[in-house]
Write a protein that binds this ligand. Structure first.
Ligand code: SF4
Length: 236
């Protein structure tokens, strides 16, 4: 019999609160997959991206992941598949196992790789990367992902500047039927609480002004709550 292919896992942790996007404030477990096809300038999870961190990643089958998940917390509870880019893997078996046990499954990906198993998710968070990331998510790959999108699909775009905002605005207008979130970007070197708050205030004022001028009223504007509450600490 063919042995199931293990996934490379950077970390499994929680339950903790989701700090971004449509599930902000909701309790969730997190499964962070190792590996990513992007190299964003401001990536805050490089330990789950760069190949030099591969020795830290653990090869796990669906059964082992399920054991870890059960040990952390029983359902009902959200489980968020994150990375890296979880869409680098075939997660159909894992999504099925989690849902069979009563977990709700969300997946966050940049929309570069379309996977059929997206349709089985309770929530797909497509987080296309804007100009400041250094590697834009192009419209055709995003469209390919949307072919497999579940009913509950959200567009979430990190914004650091005007170019990012214009990228987000255009996508939000084109996909006006999808819930939209502008996530205020946080520079990786910003750790002092007062600097973070000042940054979020300044960015909120600026982004809100642009959103009002463009009548972009269906989009939500959010800070990265986990950066405010937990800085860039891992596992919480
Ligand atoms: S897509 Fe996400 S995980 Fe990959 S490099 Fe960019 S920010 Fe990091």
């Amino acid at each position: 019999m063919k042995k199931p292919k293990p996934y490379l896992i950077s970390e499994i942790f929680g339950p903790t609160i989701q700090g971004e996007g449509a599930l902000i404030g909701c309790m969730s477990l997190f499964i962070r997959f190792g590996g990513c096809d992007y190299r964003c300038h401001w990536c805050d999870t490089l330990y789950a991206v760069l190949p030099e961190h591969k020795p830290e990643w653990e090869a796990m089958t669906t059964d082992i992941i399920m054991e870890r998940v059960r040990a952390l917390a029983p359902p009902p509870l959200w489980v968020t598949l994150s990375g890296g880019n979880p869409a680098m893997y075939d997660l159909s078996e894992l999504v099925h196992a989690l849902k069979t046990e009563g977990y709700q499954v969300a997946c966050e990906t940049q929309g570069s790789l379309a996977k059929e198993w997206f349709h089985a998710l309770d929530m797909l968070i497509l987080s296309p990367k804007p100009p400041s990331a250094g590697n834009i998510t192009h419209a055709d790959s995003l469209q390919a992902c949307l072919e497999f999108a579940p009913l509950n699909t959200v567009l979430k775009i990190v914004c650091f500047d005007r170019d990012d905002y214009l990228y987000a605005r255009n996508l939000f207008r084109f996909y006006a039927h999808l819930p939209a979130v502008i996530q205020i970007g946080t520079p990786t070197d910003l750790t002092e609480e007062t600097d973070l708050i000042a940054h979020y205030r300044q960015m909120t004022t600026q982004l809100l002004g642009w959103m009002k001028a463009d009548h972009l009223h269906h989009a939500r504007l959010l800070p990265q709550l986990h950066r405010l509450l937990f800085e860039a600490n891992r596992g919480i």
